[in-house]
Design a protein around this ligand. Structure first.
Ligand SMILES: Cc1cc2nc3c(=O)[nH]c(=O)nc-3n(C[C@H](O)[C@H](O)[C@H](O)COP(=O)(O)OP(=O)(O)OC[C@H]3O[C@@H](n4cnc5c(N)ncnc54)[C@H](O)[C@@H]3O)c2cc1C
Length: 323
């Protein structure tokens, strides 16, 4: 069993900044996430994209932002419990116990839920799923792993077009296929792909994946003309969207509105000692952005402090005075 002042559930940008703030307020903090790495949506879905609306950074790559958040929180040595899904919540008199799906119990004086859109998993490619980890991937946390390869990107949304554009300069070849002739991606990205050396094929779908043990090629099928073709690739990036699920959090007795946890202006939920911030928190006028999550994390942690240490102030003073 682990004891801590504050347990943060979710190691996305909001949770990571919350971990910094907890340390700054002198709290011990543990951060639990079901994914094997910190960074939430950023690391899982767009580590290579530039983000333009984080205060103080005219542009910053997703993974760099996450690395900096981890470094900032690292000053206070948070305990990371990665690969643990928060499954069960029990209330004691002046503490809360959260148990993970692996049976790890964390007893905390307060909990901050920064679970974003919940646990997310990619929509799977209907064929060739056995090649996952052997050439088929759903996320691309490190682009350079695909340098020099022939890559097939599958999908018609923003992610598919973003991956195709990011990979185009470093891959040997990039083919993007989509089963419809229309795309969900921004027109601008579609135009950029059309103007690039990416081979864009519609309406085609993947019929078979082959290779031993790694992907060596795919058979694709044109649904309009019934034509079939072999494309020789060593990597497939399936960008077909993802499922998001609040899962166990829906059974904790939290007041929910459309898969979000309702919070007040101090980021308190309806449950004692339980706060929520970031994408998962909801109130009138909510805007789901990284910048919003940062502010809410600071509000939540500072309001958790008097709950954890009765008599302590909500306002921490300024970090610039802390030396
Ligand atoms: C493609 C894309 C581009 C984007 N671009 C921008 C942008 O330019 N600017 C911007 O401001 N925002 C952008 N966003 C939105 C931004 O990523 C989110 O607002 C932000 O990630 C929310 O952070 P969070 O920490 O609240 O949640 P998340 O990043 O979703 O992190 C939540 C974490 O909680 C974990 N979790 C959930 N449930 C549990 C559980 N029961 N147990 C353990 N762990 C759990 C998840 O695994 C996840 O790691 C973009 C989003 C996408 C998908």
């Amino acid at each position: 069993m682990i004891r801590t002042d504050l347990l943060i559930i979710g190691a996305g940008p909001t949770g990571l900044f919350g971990a910094y703030y907890a340390g700054f307020r002198g709290l011990s903090v543990a951060v639990m996430d079901s994914l094997p790495q910190p960074g939430g949506q950023i690391t899982a879905m767009y580590p290579e994209k530039l983000i333009f609306d984080v205060a103080g950074f005219p542009a910053i790559k997703g993974q760099e932002l996450v690395d900096r958040l981890v470094e900032q929180a690292g000053q206070f040595d948070p305990l990371y419990l990665l690969g643990h899904r928060a499954e069960k919540l029990d209330h004691g008199d002046d503490e809360v116990k959260v148990t993970s799906h692996q049976g790890l119990a964390v007893v905390a004086k307060a909990v901050l839920i920064t679970g974003g859109i919940g646990m997310f998993s990619p929509r799977r490619l209907p064929v060739g799923q056995e090649y996952e980890g052997r050439g088929l991937r759903y996320f691309v946390p490190r682009l350079d792993e695909l340098a020099g390869l022939d890559v097939l990107v599958v999908g018609g949304g923003d992610s598919a077009f973003d991956w195709a554009l990011s990979l185009e300069p470093i891959a040997r070849s990039v083919t993007l296929i989509h089963r419809r002739t229309r795309f969900r991606a921004h027109e601008h990205s579609v135009d950029r792909v059309r103007a690039s050396r990416v081979r864009l094929l519609t309406p085609w779908e993947v019929r078979d994946v082959f290779g031993d043990p790694h992907v060596e090629g795919v058979e694709i099928h044109n649904t309009a003309t019934d034509q079939r073709e072999i494309v020789w690739v060593q990597a497939i990036v399936a960008a077909l969207g993802f499922h998001a699920d609040l899962g166990p959090l829906t059974r904790w007795g939290l007041k929910l509105r459309a898969r979000h946890i309702q919070v007040d202006s101090a980021m308190r939920t309806n449950l004692p000692r339980v706060f929520a911030a970031g994408d998962i928190g909801d109130y009138d006028g909510k805007v789901k952005l990284i910048a919003t999550g940062f502010g809410e994390a600071a509000t939540a942690v500072n309001n958790a402090v008097p709950v954890i240490r009765p008599g302590a102030k909500v306002f921490p003073g300024h970090s610039s005075d802390a030396g």
